[in-house]
Design a protein around this ligand. Sequence first.
Ligand code: ADE
Length: 227
Amino acid sequence: MIGIIGAMDLEIVRLKEQMTDKKEEQLSGVHFTKGKLFGKDAVLAVCGIGKTFAALCAQTLILRYNPEIVINVGVAGTLCDRLSIGDMAIGTAAVCHDMDTSPLGDPVGLISGLDMVEIPLNAQMRETFEECCEEEGIHYVSGVIASGDQFIDDGSKKQWIRDTFCAIACEMEGQAIAQVCYVNRKPCAILRSISDSANGTAADYMQFKELAAEHSSRVLARFLKIE
Ligand code: ADE
């Protein structure tokens, strides 16, 4: 079983259209769709916006469906010059940019309890996603993905996240999903397509979120088609 989580319907709707033998289920307020995707058993979930909903969804998905792998798919803001609208950001690790116990002497972003800033993501899936991007002709960069409960649309905040965490893209769920998977020992991947520059261009997001969601769905579909 492959678990796939998107924050919004637009991030998984294209995959859902291609799913067969669909069975819908509502659990902990999350809508799950189980079925076959390109011959593989998969479950799709729309978690909602932000880290709390993302964690709730990931944990519920793991307990209910016991997936072998979990993939977070969707859109993101770019934090680096090498990633433009429609390009793919593939996670090597995930950080939480709004976690901060630094007044207690910790590094910014430290996940207390796990004692790490970067939650590692599965390297094998990352490499396969890189190959899928190449085959689809979509430019990609692999690196750290930063999550937080904020839509980033401000140059100084963008620069701070990039400089503090060496992150390439920002979004609002990936790290929470990665943290839940890490605790449950489930391999996790984050696959995001750039919808905006995270710098005073929220209008870009409205214009390009569909294009970005289409790109990330296309790369994920190619991944799922691999034997
Ligand atoms: N998802 C897409 N763009 C984003 C941004 N700029 N900040 C946070 N999440 C996003």
